[in-house]
Design a protein around this ligand. Structure first.
Ligand code: ZN
Length: 137
C-alpha cells in the first residue's frame, strides 16, 4: 500500500505512540468489534455524561491502519457532544468513500484519506468509528 509520506508518518506515530490506550473498568460503555478480513479487533470504552463524550479509551490489536484510526478517533471525540461525535463519524465515512472531507478540529485524521483507494483496507480504518457509533447508540 503506497501512502503519501507525510500521511504515513502520522499514521505510524499514532500506531507506535497510541493515544488513549487503556480501559476505564466495568462502568463505562464498552463495544467490542472486529474486522475478520484483516484480523483487527478493538474494545472501545466511552464515558458519556449529559450528552458529552467525556472520555474514550480503547484496547485491541491489528494493523497500523486500524490501530492508528482508533488512536485518532478517541482523541478527536473527547469533549465533543454526541451530535458532534456522530457528525465526525459521518465525515470520516464520506472520506472513506473518496469524498471531500476536512478535519480542521483534528487534522491527523486526514492522514487516513489515502485508505479510500484501497477497498480492502477501508474496514480497518472504519472499525473504530463503527465502534463509536455503536457505543453512542
Ligand atoms: Zn487491518
Amino acid at each position: 500500500m503506497q501512502l503519501d509520506d507525510l500521511y504515513r508518518r502520522v499514521i505510524m506515530d499514532h500506531y507506535k505512540n497510541p493515544r488513549n490506550r487503556g480501559t476505564f473498568g466495568d462502568d463505562a460503555v464498552t463495544v467490542n468489534l472486529n474486522n475478520p478480513t484483516c484480523g483487527d479487533r478493538i474494545s472501545l470504552q466511552l464515558i458519556v455524561e449529559n450528552g458529552i463524550v467525556k472520555d474514550a479509551r480503547y484496547t485491541g490489536e491489528g494493523c497500523s491502519i486500524s490501530m492508528s484510526s482508533a488512536s485518532m478517533m478517541t482523541d478527536a471525540v473527547k469533549g465533543k457532544t454526541v451530535q458532534e461525535a456522530l457528525e465526525l463519524a459521518d465525515r470520516f465515512s464520506t472520506m472513506m468513500k473518496g469524498g471531500e472531507a476536512q478535519f480542521d478540529d483534528y487534522e491527523d485524521i486526514e492522514a487516513l484519506s489515502g485508505v479510500s483507494k484501497f477497498p480492502a483496507r477501508i474496514k480497518c480504518a472504519t472499525l473504530a468509528w463503527n465502534a463509536l457509533k455503536k457505543g453512542i447508540e
